[in-house]
Design a protein. Structure first.
Length: 166
């Protein structure tokens, strides 16, 4: 399955740390967008909402349950956690290297500073979505990550529609 092309993200990239912990600086999430990110990301088949095993306190790991086969365990940093969402709505996820480079070039993500050392070259930090339009692209990258490590071919539309009303 071919991933849809990513649009160019508008606006400047957020400032980030260049070390571990790798995080955004001075970015506030939009509560209703952040809630929708969490709601939809955890509707992926067999994905459990667990405390992250390798992130900041408060980060939620997207953990693949034991009944879902993992075809790329070498691209997961710890356990069955293929991505995690920080409290500010930014997240780290493992993508195919080509997709990670595309996300970086389009302004949606940047490489995790220790990705190469971890042996996960496509590990990126995806920036906090600030609009529902940005959320759609961020969710596409989450689905891309899920498909990458599970070998599945889900589309972002499989997560349902974005709820813009409470």
């Amino acid at each position: 399955m071919t991933n849809p092309a990513l649009p160019i993200r508008e606006g400047p990239r957020p400032a980030t740390t260049r070390s571990v912990p790798h995080q955004q600086i001075g970015v506030e999430s939009v509560p209703e967008i952040n809630a929708e990110l969490f709601r939809r990301a955890f509707t992926l088949p067999g994905v459990e909402n667990r405390p992250s095993t390798f992130s900041l306190p408060g980060a939620r790991g997207l953990w693949i349950s034991d009944n879902i086969p993992i075809t790329r365990p070498d691209q997961i940093v710890a356990g069955r956690e293929f991505a995690h969402i920080h409290p500010d709505g930014s997240l780290h996820a493992s993508l195919p290297l080509e997709r990670a480079l595309e996300a970086d070039a389009a302004g949606w993500a940047e490489p995790q500073p220790i990705a190469e050392r971890l042996g996960v070259p496509g590990l990126v930090m995806i920036y906090t979505p600030q609009t529902f339009e940005e959320l759609q692209t961020v969710l596409q990258l989450v689905v891309d990550s899920y498909n990458f490590v599970t070998g599945q071919a889900l589309a972002v539309s499989d997560l349902g529609t974005i709820q813009t009303e409470p």
